[in-house]
Design a protein around this ligand. Structure first.
Ligand code: FAD
Length: 456
């Protein structure tokens, strides 16, 4: 029987453990913080739970337009919200532990290091455990980047892992960083009723996203009272007696009650013993892997954020599953990044799949584009939805759908139709011919496809 040792209990690790066990391997999983990893305990699950409350308040804010009078003082009790966030995260971690137990996966609570491709050592509360193994999967994740001039104190200068200790809504939250994490938290605290300033070193928010989508979000942010500071690079963040001061590289300062640092992530690849066994890392410290999650060292695989490849829970899980299928001789489908769908959980959301507008513009392919504002959708009108659109990219001539963007409420749900189309090489006619509900937001997905129909 093959013995696999997995380091890290996030989706990259625990999903791999389940697959390996199903394929007949003996599996040991070492985790130092808690099962579910950062995904469940500090990043994805907590932030989306916080955003669920913020979305509810944002929706209540539109009640007047739909003819409902609500008292002015509808507000979130942040202590209760954060208690719920932490409770939910813990419950999900417990569920995962249960699933691993019933699948006969041995779990060790401790910090692992690699001695060789055949030996992992776990440092536990009860001493050192030596694990002889046939293969290793590294799924150690990443942690928030901080700067020497902006040190989090866990009270007013915070990383995204620390915000759930807040007992009251910040009066004025300054979010530094306008990538996905920064934009999501800025949107969330704005929805919860805090004053928010978003400090972006780039000329716009969400520089990595579809330009039309980012423009909608920036416009909504500004309309909802957020201050968005473009071309503003943070130099330092310091504590004042009653708040924080963010100083920019051009000397300007912004004062607020709290500051959230969203400066990106650093892979957890130091101190693991990777140097000694010769595992290649790239310049940023991420583990180099191929499309079946192999490192350059035979028998050592890596999955998830520690590889730096599209840092998403869904991708981490898929990389982990692929690694185990490859190791244990099951059918393997190498990772296809062109089929990954992803979502920015701002209000409204941005969901994307397949080729982006930038890739379309840079590619040699001939691509037709259709873009439909949601404002023209009957369901959107009924629901008071004014912002958002559906955009579709399809190969000229063949009509094959190669990518799409949805901006709107619950775009994360609406994108699935386009994800199916991209994965299965469906044509715009096939997407348009499938019935949608009348009235529905998904009607706009079919209508965008219909606009790309060409006479044979
Ligand atoms: C704020 C935020 C929100 C996000 N929201 C989403 C989202 O909505 N959807 C989405 O798809 N992605 C989201 N992501 C990204 C997602 O969280 C990551 O891509 C995902 O956590 C990666 O999973 P992983 O298994 O690689 O690592 P992790 O989930 O980080 O797990 C790694 C685990 O390894 C453990 N570990 C590390 N070193 C050792 C060691 N030496 N010994 C033992 N254990 C060790 C750690 O304790 C950790 O538990 C979000 C990220 C952030 C920062």
């Amino acid at each position: 029987m093959t013995h696999v040792t997995i380091i890290g209990g996030g989706p990259g690790g625990y999903e791999a453990a389940l697959v390996a066990s199903r394929l007949g391997a003996e599996v040991t999983l070492v985790e130092r913080e808690g099962l579910g990893g950062s995904t469940v305990l500090t990043d994805c699950v907590p932030s989306k739970t916080l955003i669920a409350t913020s979305d509810l308040l944002t929706e209540v804010g539109t009640a007047g337009e739909l003819g409902v009078e609500v008292p002015k003082a509808v507000r979130a009790d942040l202590a209760a919200v954060n208690a719920r966030v932490l409770r939910l995260a813990q419950a999900q971690s417990t569920d995962i532990a249960h699933r691993l137990t019933i699948n006969n996966i041995a779990m060790i609570a401790g910090t692992a290091t690699i001695e060789s491709a055949a030996v992992v050592v776990a440092d536990t509360a009860d001493g050192t455990v030596r694990i002889d193994t046939d293969a290793i999967l590294l799924a150690t994740g990443a942690h928030p980047r901080v700067s020497p001039t902006a040190q989090p104190d866990g009270e007013r200068i915070l990383t995204w892992e620390q915000v759930y200790s807040l007992r009251a809504l910040p009066e004025h939250m300054i979010v530094v960083g306008s990538g996905v994490t920064g934009a999501e938290f800025a949107s969330a605290y704005n929805g919860l009723g805090a004053a928010v300033t978003l400090v972006s070193s780039r000329d716009r928010v969400l520089p990595g996203e579809d330009l039309d989508a980012a423009n909608v979000i920036e416009d909504v942010f500004t309309r909802r009272g957020m201050t968005v500071m473009g071309n503003s690079r943070m130099e330092s963040v310091e504590r004042l007696s009653e708040g924080v001061r963010v100083t920019l590289t051009d000397g300007r300062t912004v004062d607020g009650s709290h500051c959230l640092l969203a400066l990106g992530s650093i892979p957890n690849t130091q101190g693991l013993g990777l140097d000694a066994v010769g595992v290649d890392l790239n310049d940023a410290g991420f583990v180099d892997v191929d499309r079946v999650s192999r490192t350059n060292v035979r028998g050592i695989y890596a999955a998830g954020d520690c590889t730096g490849i599209l840092m998403l829970a869904s991708v981490a899980a898929q990389q982990g599953r692929i690694a185990m299928s490859h190791l244990l001789g099951d059918a393997v489908h190498p990772l296809e990044l062109g089929k990954v769908s992803s979502n920015v959980f701002t209000s409204p959301e941005i969901a994307t799949v397949g080729l982006s507008q930038k890739q379309v513009e840079e590619s040699e392919l001939q691509i037709d584009v259709a873009m439909l504002p949601l404002a023209s959708n009957p369901r959107a009108k009924m629901q008071g939805v004014h912002d958002g659109f559906v955009k579709l990219f399809a190969r000229t001539g063949m009509g094959t759908v190669v990518g799409g963007v949805v901006v709107g409420p619950k775009a994360s749900e609406l994108i699935h139709a386009l994800s199916l189309a991209v994965s299965n090489h469906l044509t715009v006619d096939q997407v348009a011919d499938a019935f949608t509900i009348y009235p529905s937001l998904s009607g706009s997905v079919a209508e965008a496809a219909r606009r790309l129909h060409r006479l044979d």
